[in-house]
Design a binder for this molecule. Sequence first.
Ligand code: 3H9
Length: 678
Amino acid sequence: MTSPIRTERHDNVLVVISDNPPVNALGQAVRAGLKDAIEQALSDDSIEAVVIRCDGQTFFAGADITEFGKPPVGPNLPETLDAMEASDKPVVAAIHGTALGGGCEVALACHYRIAVPSAKLGLPEVKLGLIPGAAGTQRLPRLVGAEAALPLVVGGNPIPAKKAETIGLVDAIVAEDSLEADAIAFARSKIGQPVPRASEGKANEDGVRDPDLFDRFRASQARQIRGFDAPNAAIEAVKAAGELSYADGVKKERELFMKLMTGTQSAAMRHYFFAERAANKIDDIPRDTPLIPIRKVGVIGAGTMGGGITMNFLSAGIPVTILEMAQDALDRGTSVMRKNYENSAKRGRMTMEAVDKAMGLLTPTLSYDDLADCDLVIEAVYENMDVKKQVFAKLDSVVKQGAILASNTSYLDIDEIATATARPGYVVGMHFFSPANVMKLLEVVRGKETRHDVLATVMKLSKTIGKVAAVSGVCPGFIGNRMLSKRQEQANALIMEGANYWDVDDVLLEFGFPMGPFQMGDLAGIDIGWHRDPTKVTTIREALCAVGRFGQKAGKGFYDYDEARNRTPSDEVRAIIADFATKEGKAQREISKDEIRERLLYPMVNEGAKILEEGMAQRASDIDVVWINGYGWPLYTGGPMFWATTVGPDKVVAGLERHGLPVSDFLHNKAEAGRGFD
Ligand code: 3H9
């Protein structure tokens, strides 16, 4: 087998080139090739400097994740990098694309790093439930200090080359089109000088001066890292860089790395990494399906949903024509969008110039005719089949042939909506989640007639607008809301049987969700869909509305809220629930948190199994992608179906049976076969 590493001589400089598509992952052959190339450079007196660069779209994007969990085959990355750093001849990393994880660690082991302006550098291992494992947590703080290292190692987000230069991670920035030549010249300029080694730098000088730095940083990240093991280990590792010798620090890093690598969180997060990428692929649609160019988008409805959807496209530089029925609603929607952008600018997330640029791409209109030349129109109107059909019939008559007509419905039958048009093949569901400009998930609903090119286009577009897409077949509530309804059924039943509603919320919070169903109700508004007649009370929600408990916005819903929005359970609500339970003759009993957890989550797994059995999801991992990105299912458990596999389908079945809840054949079969969802 030919090596992915080749070398080229440029007089006294050896250029070591990796060609391992798609992302130059540091698999065994790459590591072996790199080690050999360094040995070649060291043993040849006519070579006085080395440049390491990559072909293709990127510098090394990290260790090869597909190798994780398999028996290791040497040389390992740490020893390869130690050999590189030990060289007395200058070694220069020439970086383009993304130098991530092990790739960034390669760069750290080099004596110098130069990059093109578009390059990014980062240590995203925490996103895989890991920390850097090739001395990244020890070399980086010795190079740039703890304060600059912490966000990189703990947050995992890459930084642009310019920022990397500011903190001292990059030595020079060179033109996009002359990286190799500039790297060779740079390397030559360093010949004969003592080489700077990151491992020999002074670790955490700032952290040593100000030891509270680490606790302050941890506190500042508390919300983002709640429940995750890796960020705390990352802080520990960076702190160790200031407290231990380099060799002991590396040992500490290894211990922490190995513990994480063999734990369930990292397995779950690695599962998610591949799940997200798999979800974008549709099994029966060839990858080279020609796409429909989307140059202009129409959105119907300028309410919260329509506005949020619109912002996705404006932010991606795609012009949008937004339609409303009345001028005041159109003006209101437009000004909310501007305000949202301006708030982002105030928080430093974009410039005012970018705000104006995005808003400049928006055309508000009251006339359907202005949608005629759109390539894609998404309706976000009231959830009512008749209304949707009218909208689609109208769209079919005005929008050009070949354009995609999408509905943002969260549960209605896309096939029925498509019958209102003469082009059912061009009809598709694009279910965004509120707030649509923020939430990552796009549930793409495939109608029975939806064309291949329409689906392929929407999947590609999801990436353009920064969404994570997963495909659902047509069924009530699709993947996400269909499973949510099972959880809600049990939440409602539990409080009628005597469970405290705050215990129901707390169980989910403890599991890792950002909030429970009753908190969610308060946040969204208890009065959504309320008939506004306080004398007609048939449900707990109606009873709450009748006494003005509309949710957080009213200062009270299921909970009472103080000014800082802290929640306290309400005696009034307890009495209302108890009253309903008495009227319905429900016996009251103490319900354990274990039972609450099982009754909330196991029925979701069962519904997920049914969704798979019916072919409504292509694969179990698509369901995980939906729940992690759309409903706050904790990433570190891998999503409902991966979690069910770790729990054991037999245990899930036993739990459902114990609580008298239905079990699908599909789930039964999984349990009997002793297999999880794959
Ligand atoms: C690490 O480095 C640990 C070390 O500290 C310690 C070692 C001891 N391995 O995302 P894309 C595949 S941990 C294997 O669609 P993009 C990916 O599955 C690693 N495969 O492209 C996909 O395959 P397919 C730290 C990988 O242009 C294809 O490449 N590094 C890896 O949108 C294209 O990927 C990271 O966490 C990999 N490392 O984005 C970086 N990376 O076509 C992870 C990608 O079959 N990678 N693949 O579906 C990324 O963030 C993005 O892939 C990247 C490109 C930004 C590079």
